[in-house]
Design a protein around this ligand. Structure first.
Ligand SMILES: Nc1ncnc2c1ncn2[C@@H]1O[C@H](COP(=O)(O)OP(=O)(O)OP(=O)(O)O)[C@@H](O)[C@H]1O
Length: 248
């Protein structure tokens, strides 16, 4: 079953400059898909479109059978429940004045999901490998990696179908990055994951499929294994050559 489907999506922040050109790809339910490209290739912009924060200038984005329409309140409520983001910076993405309990429970509140919120937060904390007493503490008491676990707990607390992660491990040091990639890998067993990164190595170790973006255009997409063993496009070949050592 196709969960997200993009057909000939075009977008520019202004009429004079196109940022995304004819972007088409789909994400199957349960898949883990990496969106890879260098800085400025349009990855974050594409994710903003997928979150409904921007609208394509032309082309369509579908969620299941429905067109993603940011102006359709009923659809967006359903969509926000199904699709949750994780952002790059675990320092700025968590409100320093709120306890971890309130931070993680925020989607339950904004999506008006009934039920015991402490239980849901406890389950989310367990899923990301943090102790239950984290609930009563504040973000500044945690390391960067632990903060990213808190952000991931917030993303999964409402049991979404899809996680959209934007450079979610890029701000972390190498050993923490490896552990958070492992966490995403565990979560991707039960979720659909769209993982945006400039780091082909990280995406190769995490995602079964990839979409390679160059200057707002998809230059190659398909199974990670196929792309790594036989990259077709010169841009992909250059990206691959820039990885110091291929991941296992
Ligand atoms: N709000 C905005 N208004 C105008 N132009 C923007 C805006 N946001 C991004 N851009 C431009 O769109 C292009 C693509 O940016 P985007 O952030 O989507 O790329 P990216 O691949 O995510 O890069 P990075 O990894 O550096 O964030 C860039 O040229 C950028 O300057």
């Amino acid at each position: 079953m196709v969960m997200l489907d993009l057909q000939n999506v075009n977008f520019g922040y202004s009429r004079h400059r196109k940022i995304l050109s004819d972007v088409s790809f789909s994400v199957r339910a349960g898949a883990s898909v990496g969106l890879v490209g260098e800085s400025g290739s349009g990855k974050t912009t594409l994710l903003r479109l997928l979150l409904g924060l921007e609208r394509p200038t032309s082309g369509t984005i579908r969620f299941g059978d429905d067109a993603l329409d940011p102006a359709d309140g009923a659809f967006m409520r359903r969509y926000r429940r199904a699709v949750q983001p994780v952002f790059q910076d675990p320092y700025s993405s968590l409100d320093p004045r709120q306890k971890v309990l309130d931070i993680i429970a925020e989607p339950l509140q904004s999506l008006r999901i009934a039920g015991p919120r402490k239980d849901a937060v406890a389950q989310a904390l367990e899923a990301v490998g943090l102790p239950l007493d984290a609930m009563q503490r504040y973000p500044h008491e945690f390391s960067g990696g632990q903060r990213q676990r808190i952000a991931i707990a917030r993303a999964i607390v409402a049991r979404p179908q899809i996680i959209l992660a934007d450079e979610a491990v890029s701000a972390l040091d190498l050993s923490t990055r490896i552990r958070i990639v492992e966490l995403f890998k565990t979560l991707s067993a039960t979720l659909t994951l769209v993982f945006v990164s400039h780091d082909l190595g990280v995406v190769a170790s995490l995602c079964e499929e990839m979409v390679i973006l160059e200057k707002g255009q998809v230059v190659e997409s398909g199974k990670t294994r196929d792309i790594l063993t036989a990259p077709q496009h010169p841009y992909t070949q250059r990206l691959l050559a820039s990885i110091p050592r291929m991941p296992a």
